[in-house]
Design a protein around this ligand. Structure first.
Ligand SMILES: [Zn+2]
Length: 174
């Protein structure tokens, strides 16, 4: 489980002890703890949609003074991985974000590259946009020959809004 804490200004205050081994495998030198401490979380979250989504959840946590959690996928090439992001309020408007693995399963067949052309993927549930619908697919963004546009799909937005509404906080996820 990876855990980190953010200051009231959303700067990274601390990271869990297991941070650096994970960073070496997945993010390289730029992601090591000494390189991320003190920096704004937004330096590490790409895409306006995903930033808005995360910001709304963090805001709601602080506003309500209660923890929230949402599920998300973060697959590897050989594995489908389901995680839970839990955000807890701390003293002085700080928050703690914990990424808990819920389920890790080997893929039945290896992931393939997305088809050519502009592709849009939900960064939370990893479904791909097909016209007006969002579909599961055994494809992985790391194999894409071109950039992938990561957004937050309507279903994941709705789910986050439901979580926020349950706190009694009215800020919308947009
Ligand atoms: Zn989604």
């Amino acid at each position: 489980m990876r855990v980190y804490e953010l200051s009231a200004q959303n700067r990274i205050l601390s990271v869990s002890d297991n941070w650096d081994p994970f960073a070496r495998t997945n993010g390289g030198a730029d992601a090591l703890s000494h390189a991320v401490l003190g920096r704004p979380i937004w330096d590490f979250v790409s895409g306006l949609d995903t930033r808005s989504y995360l910001n709304a959840l963090i805001f709601a946590t602080r506003n309500a003074g209660r923890k929230v959690s949402v599920r998300y996928r973060c697959d590897g090439l050989a594995e489908r991985r389901l995680f839970q992001l839990q955000i807890e309020p701390l003293e002085d408007n700080a928050v703690r974000l914990s990424h808990l693995p819920l389920e890790i399963r080997s893929r039945r067949k290896p992931a393939s590259a997305p088809p050519p052309g502009a592709q849009v993927c939900c960064g939370q549930c990893l479904r791909w946009r097909q016209g007006s619908t969002w579909e599961e697919a055994e494809i992985h963004h790391a194999l894409a020959p071109q950039g992938i546009d990561f957004v937050v799909c309507p279903q994941c937005r709705t789910e986050a809004q439901r979580v926020i509404d349950a706190l009694g906080c009215l800020r919308a996820v947009h």
